[in-house]
Ligand binder design. Structure first.
Ligand code: AMP
Length: 528
């Protein structure tokens, strides 16, 4: 049971702190002991809202202590926590709330205007609970509104966590829906617990009791990579950044709370390293950063490791895999190499962790060799890999393999490297060009902040790459092409480069290539 995690932390690490930047502004701190009491009060208070086992409870919230209490109070009571991504388009948000069948929504103050705009589309919602105290309760046009702190006060700390089937659903999260409607993935108590234990091991996120963790990956996306559970299992101090994700605010918490480990997508780290460069600040306490969600540019690995002495752990996963699938740590024979010789392995997404198996297959589902060259469809199966989407038929084959939609290579040492999404790869005259590889090479140039590569139809080659890039400093097309030609084969070079002010991102911070493909649907190469 997920409740066993909070019981454990409360009993054995009662004085360890949870520190949150609150939506109301000030920094909030309390201990696992206090959190345990509040999670039980919340669980018992849920019954006054008519919530019973199996009912879905939605959240629209930043990373903070109240959201953490919901993780335990809702799932622990037998209800299902549905963390809604507030960055979804309004229509998609209404769709996921209705599709999940949420009955109650807990919301941070930030998202009240958003919900007021959506309320007529949310026919199933019986109550809205505003995650604040009486003093900060706003005026709102929402109906059946409750104050979080008052709901807690109505509950009792003598609540007994119920025991039930470990396969019962505990939480759910929707994919970001880059094509069509988002799809719901449901996690169970069993899958969540095993995933959190596996992610703690040294070859995983290597979480231990000495860590103070700044959890930047959102609690609204894939259970914050399972760290909302793993931190408590290990008695770690947990620091939650609330709505402030800019470099300065993140650095402030890392420094003040002496954080040793932090986890986020590359976009966040780009903002932090930018701030460090400008301000001359350093990261004296940080030992490791876990980076995933999209490929880590080589320049980012170098910056963390060489400029700030912080080890990078590159990780791959997806909503459907809870999310951890592979993590990159170097085996002894690779540790012995010099730094430059290690880099080709460091940029890979890493090796499977125990509990997940991965494989690459061709279009006919034939296994491909682990030679680091052959690339094909990446499939995964394991204890925390989904078997299907909420309300849909099974998404796995007869042997339990789930098709990830990623294209990858696996080398002789077992290091997997994502070369693309199936739908993003550029099919040029029978050869495949990895959009991610071109993007990584482009951002290796100091004058490029971010880059996206999309396929554009070409009369001779079917498709050719177009590079769309954001400049950090002065640079011309020819100079960038010249630079890129030193790192990739000539036939892979983009046929054209467009410089833009910014690139579009989706709800989970990934490049929105669907939008780019739309924006450039009329584009024609100069030579076409
Ligand atoms: P999501 O379900 O929104 O978390 O997205 C999962 C997808 O993000 C994966 O299928 C990959 O395409 C991409 N992804 C996640 N981690 C990485 C990584 N380390 N490198 C490249 N792509 C990644």
């Amino acid at each position: 049971m997920i409740s066993s995690i909070i019981e454990f932390a409360e009993r054995w690490y009662p004085d360890v702190e949870v520190v949150s930047r609150s939506t109301e502004g000030p920094i909030h701190r309390y201990t696992y002991k206090e959190m345990g009491v509040r999670a039980r009060k919340l669980a018992s208070g849920l019954s006054t809202l008519g919530i019973t086992a199996g009912d879905r409870v939605g959240t629209l919230a930043w990373n903070g202590y109240r959201h953490l209490e919901l993780y335990y109070g809702v799932s622990g009571s037998g209800a299902v926590l549905h963390t809604v991504n507030p960055r979804l388009f309004a229509e998609q948000m209404a769709y996921v709330i209705n599709h999940a069948g949420d009955q109650v929504i807990f919301t941070d103050l930030t998202f009240i205007p958003l919900l007021e705009g959506l309320k007529d589309k949310l026919s199933n919602i019986k109550h809205f609970v505003i995650m604040t105290d009486r003093e900060h309760m706003p005026e709102t046009s929402l109906k059946n509104v409750h104050c979080y702190e008052e709901l807690l006060e109505s509950g009792t700390e003598n609540y007994q966590w119920p025991e039930f089937d470990e396969n019962a659903p505990s939480s759910m999260c929707y994919t970001s829906g880059t094509t069509g409607n988002p799809k719901g993935v449901v996690y169970s108590h069993r899958s969540t617990l095993i995933h959190a234990m596996a992610s703690s091991v040294p070859n995983g996120l290597n979480i231990g009791g000495l860590d103070s963790i700044l959890l930047v990956v959102p609690q609204f996306h894939v259970n914050a990579w399972g760290v909302s559970y793993a931190a408590l299992m290990n008695g770690c101090k947990l620091v939650l950044p609330g709505p402030a994700m800019d470099g300065k605010s993140i650095h402030e918490l890392l420094d003040r709370e002496k954080c040793t480990l932090s986890l986020a997508v590359p976009t966040i780290w780009m903002m932090l390293t930018g701030y460090l460069r400008e301000s001359g600040k350093t990261l004296p306490y940080m030992k490791r950063v876990v980076i995933g969600g999209s490929a880590v540019p080589e320049a980012m690995i170098r910056s963390f490791e060489q400029d700030y002495d912080v080890k990078v752990i590159h990780a791959w996963g997806m909503t459907e895999t809870s999310p951890l699938g592979t993590l990159n740590f170097l085996m002894p024979h690779l540790q012995e190499l010099d730094y430059e010789a290690q880099m080709p392995t460091k940029i890979k997404q890493g090796k499977a962790i125990f509990g997940v198996d991965i494989r690459i297959v061709d279009d006919e589902n034939k296994l491909l060799p682990h030679d680091g060259v052959a690339f094909g469809k990446l499939q995964a199966r394991g204890h925390w890999v989904t078997s299907g989407y909420h309300g849909e038929e099974s998404a796995i084959d007869a042997e339990g393999w789930f098709d990830t939609g990623d294209v990858a290579t696996i080398d002789k040492d077992g290091y997997m490297m994502i070369t693309d999404r199936t739908k993003d790869v550029i099919k040029s005259g029978g050869e495949w060009i990895s959009s991610i590889e071109l993007e990584n090479v482009a951002v290796g140039h100091p004058s490029i902040t971010e880059a996206a590569v999309i396929a554009i139809a070409h009369p001779k080659w079917d498709e050719r790459p177009l590079l769309i890039a954001v400049k950090a400093g002065p640079i011309e097309k020819d100079e960038l092409l010249d630079y890129m030609s030193k790192h990739i084969a000539k036939w892979q070079l983009p046929n054209d480069i467009m410089f833009v002010e910014e690139l579009p991102h989706g709800a989970t911070g990934k490049l929105n290539k669907l939008k780019l493909r739309d924006d450039y649907s009329d584009y024609k190469f100069p030579d076409a």
